[in-house]
Design a protein around this ligand. Structure first.
Ligand code: SF4
Ligand code: SF4
Length: 371
Protein backbone atom coordinates (compact mmCIF):
# COMPACT_ATOMS: atom_id res chain seq x y z
CA UNK A 1 0.00 0.00 0.00
CA UNK A 2 2.68 2.51 0.90
CA UNK A 3 4.20 2.39 -2.56
CA UNK A 4 1.08 4.10 -3.85
CA UNK A 5 1.90 7.56 -5.21
CA UNK A 6 -0.73 9.70 -6.79
CA UNK A 7 -0.42 12.55 -9.18
CA UNK A 8 -3.18 15.00 -10.04
CA UNK A 9 -3.70 14.16 -13.68
CA UNK A 10 -7.11 15.70 -14.28
CA UNK A 11 -8.33 19.01 -12.97
CA UNK A 12 -11.96 20.02 -13.38
CA UNK A 13 -12.62 23.73 -13.15
CA UNK A 14 -16.27 24.74 -12.78
CA UNK A 15 -16.14 28.18 -14.34
CA UNK A 16 -19.73 29.01 -13.35
CA UNK A 17 -22.80 27.56 -11.72
CA UNK A 18 -25.53 28.73 -14.07
CA UNK A 19 -27.20 26.84 -16.88
CA UNK A 20 -29.75 27.45 -19.62
CA UNK A 21 -31.18 23.92 -19.24
CA UNK A 22 -32.79 22.32 -16.20
CA UNK A 23 -31.91 18.64 -16.08
CA UNK A 24 -33.84 17.13 -13.18
CA UNK A 25 -30.79 15.16 -12.00
CA UNK A 26 -28.28 18.00 -12.21
CA UNK A 27 -25.79 17.58 -9.37
CA UNK A 28 -24.12 20.93 -9.77
CA UNK A 29 -27.26 22.66 -8.45
CA UNK A 30 -26.82 25.08 -11.34
CA UNK A 31 -29.16 28.05 -11.41
CA UNK A 32 -31.34 28.31 -14.47
CA UNK A 33 -30.79 31.36 -16.65
CA UNK A 34 -31.90 32.57 -20.01
CA UNK A 35 -29.08 32.11 -22.53
CA UNK A 36 -30.08 35.37 -24.24
CA UNK A 37 -28.86 37.38 -21.27
CA UNK A 38 -26.06 39.51 -22.70
CA UNK A 39 -23.52 38.90 -19.96
CA UNK A 40 -23.68 36.54 -17.07
CA UNK A 41 -21.16 37.54 -14.46
CA UNK A 42 -20.68 34.64 -12.15
CA UNK A 43 -17.97 32.37 -10.82
CA UNK A 44 -14.24 32.92 -10.42
CA UNK A 45 -12.72 35.89 -12.24
CA UNK A 46 -10.75 35.41 -15.45
CA UNK A 47 -7.58 36.51 -13.64
CA UNK A 48 -8.19 33.89 -10.94
CA UNK A 49 -8.84 31.15 -13.52
CA UNK A 50 -5.65 32.12 -15.37
CA UNK A 51 -3.70 31.72 -12.14
CA UNK A 52 -5.29 28.30 -11.58
CA UNK A 53 -4.39 27.20 -15.09
CA UNK A 54 -0.79 28.26 -14.52
CA UNK A 55 -0.77 26.25 -11.29
CA UNK A 56 -2.14 23.25 -13.20
CA UNK A 57 0.74 23.63 -15.62
CA UNK A 58 3.21 23.80 -12.70
CA UNK A 59 2.00 20.56 -11.11
CA UNK A 60 1.92 18.83 -14.52
CA UNK A 61 -1.81 18.26 -14.74
CA UNK A 62 -2.39 16.25 -17.92
CA UNK A 63 -5.86 17.52 -18.77
CA UNK A 64 -7.90 20.46 -17.62
CA UNK A 65 -11.62 20.00 -17.91
CA UNK A 66 -13.57 23.26 -18.18
CA UNK A 67 -17.01 22.62 -16.80
CA UNK A 68 -19.87 24.38 -15.00
CA UNK A 69 -22.91 24.97 -14.86
CA UNK A 70 -22.82 25.54 -18.57
CA UNK A 71 -19.42 27.11 -19.31
CA UNK A 72 -20.47 28.58 -22.65
CA UNK A 73 -22.70 31.03 -20.76
CA UNK A 74 -19.51 32.86 -19.76
CA UNK A 75 -18.75 35.67 -22.14
CA UNK A 76 -15.02 35.15 -21.58
CA UNK A 77 -15.11 31.39 -22.20
CA UNK A 78 -12.99 31.64 -25.34
CA UNK A 79 -10.40 33.72 -23.44
CA UNK A 80 -10.25 31.00 -20.78
CA UNK A 81 -9.83 28.28 -23.41
CA UNK A 82 -7.28 30.34 -25.34
CA UNK A 83 -5.18 30.83 -22.21
CA UNK A 84 -5.48 27.19 -21.16
CA UNK A 85 -4.58 25.66 -24.51
CA UNK A 86 -2.25 28.26 -26.01
CA UNK A 87 -0.55 29.98 -23.05
CA UNK A 88 -0.55 27.32 -20.33
CA UNK A 89 -0.24 24.64 -23.06
CA UNK A 90 -2.63 22.33 -21.25
CA UNK A 91 -4.68 19.65 -22.88
CA UNK A 92 -8.09 21.28 -22.52
CA UNK A 93 -11.50 19.66 -22.58
CA UNK A 94 -14.74 21.62 -22.58
CA UNK A 95 -17.80 19.97 -21.04
CA UNK A 96 -20.92 21.50 -22.53
CA UNK A 97 -24.58 20.88 -23.25
CA UNK A 98 -23.84 21.92 -26.84
CA UNK A 99 -26.67 24.43 -27.11
CA UNK A 100 -24.68 27.68 -27.36
CA UNK A 101 -21.84 26.81 -29.73
CA UNK A 102 -21.32 28.53 -33.08
CA UNK A 103 -19.06 28.23 -36.13
CA UNK A 104 -16.52 30.74 -34.90
CA UNK A 105 -16.09 28.95 -31.56
CA UNK A 106 -15.95 25.57 -33.24
CA UNK A 107 -13.27 26.60 -35.73
CA UNK A 108 -11.18 27.86 -32.79
CA UNK A 109 -11.69 24.59 -30.92
CA UNK A 110 -10.14 22.88 -33.91
CA UNK A 111 -7.18 25.22 -34.27
CA UNK A 112 -6.48 25.28 -30.50
CA UNK A 113 -6.89 21.49 -30.14
CA UNK A 114 -9.71 21.89 -27.63
CA UNK A 115 -11.63 18.68 -27.09
CA UNK A 116 -15.26 18.57 -26.06
CA UNK A 117 -17.66 16.44 -24.13
CA UNK A 118 -21.19 17.16 -25.35
CA UNK A 119 -24.16 15.95 -23.31
CA UNK A 120 -27.03 14.36 -25.15
CA UNK A 121 -29.11 12.16 -22.92
CA UNK A 122 -31.36 11.02 -25.74
CA UNK A 123 -31.68 11.15 -29.50
CA UNK A 124 -35.47 11.13 -29.36
CA UNK A 125 -36.76 14.73 -28.88
CA UNK A 126 -39.44 13.76 -26.35
CA UNK A 127 -37.04 11.80 -24.17
CA UNK A 128 -34.44 14.54 -24.54
CA UNK A 129 -36.95 17.11 -23.32
CA UNK A 130 -37.71 15.02 -20.23
CA UNK A 131 -34.00 14.55 -19.54
CA UNK A 132 -32.79 18.10 -20.16
CA UNK A 133 -35.82 20.25 -19.44
CA UNK A 134 -35.75 22.21 -22.74
CA UNK A 135 -36.67 21.38 -26.37
CA UNK A 136 -33.21 22.10 -27.78
CA UNK A 137 -32.15 18.72 -29.20
CA UNK A 138 -32.29 20.04 -32.77
CA UNK A 139 -29.79 22.79 -31.96
CA UNK A 140 -27.47 20.34 -30.18
CA UNK A 141 -27.56 17.94 -33.15
CA UNK A 142 -26.77 20.82 -35.51
CA UNK A 143 -23.77 21.73 -33.38
CA UNK A 144 -22.67 18.09 -33.32
CA UNK A 145 -22.73 18.15 -37.14
CA UNK A 146 -20.60 21.30 -37.07
CA UNK A 147 -18.10 19.68 -34.70
CA UNK A 148 -17.86 16.78 -37.14
CA UNK A 149 -17.52 19.10 -40.12
CA UNK A 150 -14.68 21.02 -38.43
CA UNK A 151 -13.08 17.75 -37.23
CA UNK A 152 -13.08 18.74 -33.57
CA UNK A 153 -12.36 15.80 -31.24
CA UNK A 154 -15.28 15.20 -28.95
CA UNK A 155 -17.12 12.61 -26.90
CA UNK A 156 -20.86 12.33 -26.49
CA UNK A 157 -22.03 12.01 -22.91
CA UNK A 158 -25.22 10.70 -21.38
CA UNK A 159 -26.39 10.24 -17.83
CA UNK A 160 -28.36 7.04 -17.38
CA UNK A 161 -31.63 7.58 -15.52
CA UNK A 162 -35.02 5.91 -15.30
CA UNK A 163 -36.11 8.33 -18.05
CA UNK A 164 -33.68 7.18 -20.75
CA UNK A 165 -32.58 3.71 -19.59
CA UNK A 166 -34.45 2.00 -22.45
CA UNK A 167 -33.00 4.37 -25.05
CA UNK A 168 -29.26 4.26 -24.39
CA UNK A 169 -28.70 1.89 -27.34
CA UNK A 170 -30.11 4.61 -29.62
CA UNK A 171 -27.33 6.97 -28.52
CA UNK A 172 -24.70 4.32 -29.26
CA UNK A 173 -26.21 3.70 -32.69
CA UNK A 174 -26.38 7.43 -33.37
CA UNK A 175 -22.69 7.79 -32.45
CA UNK A 176 -21.82 4.88 -34.74
CA UNK A 177 -23.79 6.38 -37.62
CA UNK A 178 -22.05 9.73 -37.19
CA UNK A 179 -18.58 8.27 -36.69
CA UNK A 180 -18.28 9.62 -33.12
CA UNK A 181 -15.64 7.49 -31.47
CA UNK A 182 -16.10 8.14 -27.79
CA UNK A 183 -19.17 7.83 -25.57
CA UNK A 184 -19.21 8.67 -21.89
CA UNK A 185 -22.06 6.95 -20.04
CA UNK A 186 -22.55 7.34 -16.32
CA UNK A 187 -25.13 6.36 -13.76
CA UNK A 188 -26.87 9.38 -12.30
CA UNK A 189 -25.20 10.74 -9.14
CA UNK A 190 -27.82 11.00 -6.39
CA UNK A 191 -26.79 14.39 -5.10
CA UNK A 192 -30.34 15.59 -4.62
CA UNK A 193 -33.83 14.14 -4.19
CA UNK A 194 -34.92 14.20 -7.87
CA UNK A 195 -31.70 12.53 -8.99
CA UNK A 196 -32.10 9.84 -6.32
CA UNK A 197 -35.55 9.06 -7.70
CA UNK A 198 -34.08 8.80 -11.22
CA UNK A 199 -31.38 6.31 -10.21
CA UNK A 200 -31.80 3.03 -12.13
CA UNK A 201 -32.09 0.34 -9.45
CA UNK A 202 -30.94 -2.51 -11.71
CA UNK A 203 -28.51 -1.29 -14.36
CA UNK A 204 -27.55 -4.75 -15.66
CA UNK A 205 -29.93 -4.79 -18.70
CA UNK A 206 -28.51 -1.44 -19.88
CA UNK A 207 -24.92 -2.60 -19.42
CA UNK A 208 -25.65 -5.84 -21.24
CA UNK A 209 -27.29 -4.18 -24.25
CA UNK A 210 -24.57 -1.58 -24.63
CA UNK A 211 -21.86 -4.23 -24.17
CA UNK A 212 -23.26 -6.24 -27.08
CA UNK A 213 -22.74 -3.18 -29.30
CA UNK A 214 -19.34 -2.35 -27.81
CA UNK A 215 -17.88 -5.80 -28.31
CA UNK A 216 -19.02 -5.85 -31.92
CA UNK A 217 -18.12 -2.27 -32.87
CA UNK A 218 -14.89 -1.91 -30.82
CA UNK A 219 -12.83 -0.48 -33.72
CA UNK A 220 -15.31 2.37 -34.12
CA UNK A 221 -16.33 3.39 -30.62
CA UNK A 222 -15.15 3.32 -27.01
CA UNK A 223 -17.91 3.37 -24.37
CA UNK A 224 -16.33 4.09 -21.02
CA UNK A 225 -18.89 2.43 -18.73
CA UNK A 226 -18.28 -0.83 -20.60
CA UNK A 227 -14.51 -0.42 -20.94
CA UNK A 228 -14.36 0.14 -17.19
CA UNK A 229 -15.31 -3.52 -16.66
CA UNK A 230 -13.86 -5.05 -19.82
CA UNK A 231 -10.31 -3.67 -19.68
CA UNK A 232 -9.22 -5.13 -16.32
CA UNK A 233 -10.37 -8.53 -17.61
CA UNK A 234 -8.87 -8.49 -21.09
CA UNK A 235 -5.78 -6.46 -20.23
CA UNK A 236 -5.30 -8.19 -16.89
CA UNK A 237 -4.73 -5.12 -14.72
CA UNK A 238 -6.00 -4.34 -11.23
CA UNK A 239 -8.28 -1.38 -10.72
CA UNK A 240 -7.24 0.43 -7.54
CA UNK A 241 -10.43 2.44 -7.07
CA UNK A 242 -13.58 3.24 -9.01
CA UNK A 243 -12.78 6.70 -10.34
CA UNK A 244 -9.83 9.03 -10.88
CA UNK A 245 -10.87 11.14 -7.90
CA UNK A 246 -10.86 8.13 -5.57
CA UNK A 247 -7.41 7.27 -6.88
CA UNK A 248 -6.31 10.79 -5.94
CA UNK A 249 -5.72 11.57 -9.61
CA UNK A 250 -8.42 14.17 -10.16
CA UNK A 251 -9.49 17.40 -8.52
CA UNK A 252 -12.60 19.48 -8.97
CA UNK A 253 -12.51 23.22 -8.34
CA UNK A 254 -15.96 24.65 -7.74
CA UNK A 255 -17.11 28.06 -8.96
CA UNK A 256 -16.43 29.49 -5.47
CA UNK A 257 -12.85 28.16 -5.45
CA UNK A 258 -13.49 25.18 -3.17
CA UNK A 259 -11.20 22.27 -4.06
CA UNK A 260 -12.62 18.75 -3.88
CA UNK A 261 -11.56 15.26 -4.77
CA UNK A 262 -15.26 14.41 -4.96
CA UNK A 263 -17.87 17.10 -4.53
CA UNK A 264 -20.15 14.67 -2.70
CA UNK A 265 -17.74 13.32 -0.09
CA UNK A 266 -16.07 15.20 2.72
CA UNK A 267 -15.21 18.84 3.15
CA UNK A 268 -13.19 20.80 0.60
CA UNK A 269 -9.43 20.21 0.66
CA UNK A 270 -8.95 23.97 0.50
CA UNK A 271 -10.00 26.98 -1.50
CA UNK A 272 -8.03 28.35 -4.42
CA UNK A 273 -8.31 31.85 -2.96
CA UNK A 274 -5.77 30.87 -0.30
CA UNK A 275 -4.62 27.36 -1.24
CA UNK A 276 -2.08 26.70 -3.99
CA UNK A 277 -2.68 23.48 -5.93
CA UNK A 278 0.93 22.34 -5.41
CA UNK A 279 0.34 22.38 -1.66
CA UNK A 280 -2.46 19.81 -1.74
CA UNK A 281 -1.05 17.02 -3.87
CA UNK A 282 0.12 15.19 -0.73
CA UNK A 283 -3.34 15.62 0.74
CA UNK A 284 -4.82 14.00 -2.38
CA UNK A 285 -2.46 11.15 -1.81
CA UNK A 286 -3.63 10.57 1.74
CA UNK A 287 -7.31 10.79 0.75
CA UNK A 288 -6.84 8.28 -2.03
CA UNK A 289 -5.63 5.69 0.51
CA UNK A 290 -8.98 5.98 2.22
CA UNK A 291 -10.95 4.99 -0.87
CA UNK A 292 -8.62 2.40 -2.33
CA UNK A 293 -10.68 -0.70 -3.10
CA UNK A 294 -8.63 -2.70 -0.57
CA UNK A 295 -9.88 -0.36 2.14
CA UNK A 296 -13.60 -0.27 1.31
CA UNK A 297 -15.12 -2.53 3.99
CA UNK A 298 -17.95 -4.02 1.95
CA UNK A 299 -15.82 -4.63 -1.13
CA UNK A 300 -12.39 -5.64 0.14
CA UNK A 301 -13.23 -9.38 0.17
CA UNK A 302 -15.11 -9.37 -3.11
CA UNK A 303 -13.52 -11.47 -5.87
CA UNK A 304 -14.45 -8.81 -8.44
CA UNK A 305 -13.01 -5.84 -6.57
CA UNK A 306 -10.04 -5.19 -8.87
CA UNK A 307 -12.35 -5.19 -11.90
CA UNK A 308 -15.23 -3.23 -10.42
CA UNK A 309 -13.38 -0.78 -8.20
CA UNK A 310 -16.36 -0.64 -5.82
CA UNK A 311 -18.58 1.72 -7.77
CA UNK A 312 -19.03 5.44 -7.17
CA UNK A 313 -18.31 5.96 -3.47
CA UNK A 314 -20.58 8.95 -3.28
CA UNK A 315 -23.53 6.91 -4.58
CA UNK A 316 -22.79 4.18 -2.02
CA UNK A 317 -22.53 6.88 0.66
CA UNK A 318 -25.81 8.47 -0.33
CA UNK A 319 -27.90 5.31 -0.53
CA UNK A 320 -26.51 4.00 2.75
CA UNK A 321 -27.23 7.34 4.45
CA UNK A 322 -23.64 8.27 5.12
CA UNK A 323 -21.30 5.27 4.83
CA UNK A 324 -18.51 5.67 2.26
CA UNK A 325 -17.63 2.00 2.85
CA UNK A 326 -21.10 0.74 1.97
CA UNK A 327 -21.89 -1.60 -0.91
CA UNK A 328 -22.84 0.20 -4.10
CA UNK A 329 -26.55 -0.12 -5.04
CA UNK A 330 -25.55 -1.51 -8.46
CA UNK A 331 -23.33 -4.21 -6.93
CA UNK A 332 -25.49 -7.13 -8.12
CA UNK A 333 -25.65 -5.69 -11.64
CA UNK A 334 -21.88 -5.23 -11.68
CA UNK A 335 -21.28 -8.81 -10.52
CA UNK A 336 -23.63 -10.28 -13.14
CA UNK A 337 -22.07 -8.15 -15.83
CA UNK A 338 -18.50 -9.06 -14.88
CA UNK A 339 -19.44 -12.75 -15.01
CA UNK A 340 -20.79 -12.29 -18.56
CA UNK A 341 -17.58 -10.63 -19.71
CA UNK A 342 -15.44 -13.30 -18.08
CA UNK A 343 -17.41 -16.05 -19.79
CA UNK A 344 -17.02 -14.31 -23.15
CA UNK A 345 -13.29 -13.89 -22.53
CA UNK A 346 -12.94 -17.56 -21.55
CA UNK A 347 -14.81 -18.64 -24.67
CA UNK A 348 -12.42 -16.59 -26.84
CA UNK A 349 -15.21 -14.23 -27.90
CA UNK A 350 -13.17 -11.16 -26.95
CA UNK A 351 -9.87 -12.21 -28.57
CA UNK A 352 -9.92 -9.82 -31.50
CA UNK A 353 -11.25 -6.99 -29.27
CA UNK A 354 -8.32 -7.68 -26.92
CA UNK A 355 -5.78 -7.67 -29.76
CA UNK A 356 -7.19 -4.39 -30.99
CA UNK A 357 -7.14 -2.74 -27.57
CA UNK A 358 -3.58 -3.90 -26.90
CA UNK A 359 -2.46 -1.96 -29.96
CA UNK A 360 -3.95 1.30 -28.63
CA UNK A 361 -1.48 3.34 -26.64
CA UNK A 362 -2.16 3.19 -22.90
CA UNK A 363 -2.58 6.99 -22.70
CA UNK A 364 -5.45 6.75 -25.16
CA UNK A 365 -7.06 4.14 -22.94
CA UNK A 366 -6.61 6.35 -19.87
CA UNK A 367 -7.99 9.31 -21.75
CA UNK A 368 -11.19 7.46 -22.44
CA UNK A 369 -11.70 7.19 -18.66
CA UNK A 370 -13.15 10.54 -17.63
CA UNK A 371 -14.85 9.47 -14.43
S1 SF4 B 1 -18.98 -6.07 -7.21
FE1 SF4 B 1 -19.98 -5.15 -5.40
S2 SF4 B 1 -18.82 -5.89 -3.60
FE2 SF4 B 1 -17.59 -6.27 -5.46
S3 SF4 B 1 -16.23 -4.50 -5.60
FE3 SF4 B 1 -18.05 -4.06 -6.86
S4 SF4 B 1 -19.49 -2.99 -5.52
FE4 SF4 B 1 -17.92 -3.94 -4.22
S1 SF4 C 1 -16.90 8.96 -5.96
FE1 SF4 C 1 -18.53 9.17 -7.50
S2 SF4 C 1 -19.24 11.29 -7.40
FE2 SF4 C 1 -17.26 11.16 -6.36
S3 SF4 C 1 -15.75 11.67 -7.95
FE3 SF4 C 1 -15.93 9.45 -7.94
S4 SF4 C 1 -17.50 8.97 -9.50
FE4 SF4 C 1 -17.65 11.17 -9.00
Amino acid sequence: MKDKKTHVRYCWIDVNNVCNLSCPYCYTAAHKVNSNEPFIKQGLSFAHIKRLLSECQKINVESVIISGGEPSLRQDLMDILDYSANEAKLKTILVTNGTILNKDMISKFYSWNIELQVSVDAINPDIYLKCRGAPVLKKVLQNIDLLLEYEVAFALAATITTINEDHIEDIVKFALRKGIQSLHLAEVKPLNKPSRELFVPYIYPVLKKVYELQKYYYPYIGIDIIEHFVYPIILDFKRKAFCNAMEGNALEIKDNGDIHLCVGIGSPLGNTKWTRLESITDLCNSYSYKYSIDDVDKCCNCKYKYICGGGCRYTAYFFSHGDTNARHPSCVSYKNFIEDIKQDAKAGKLDSYTDYIKKIHISEIEYRKYL
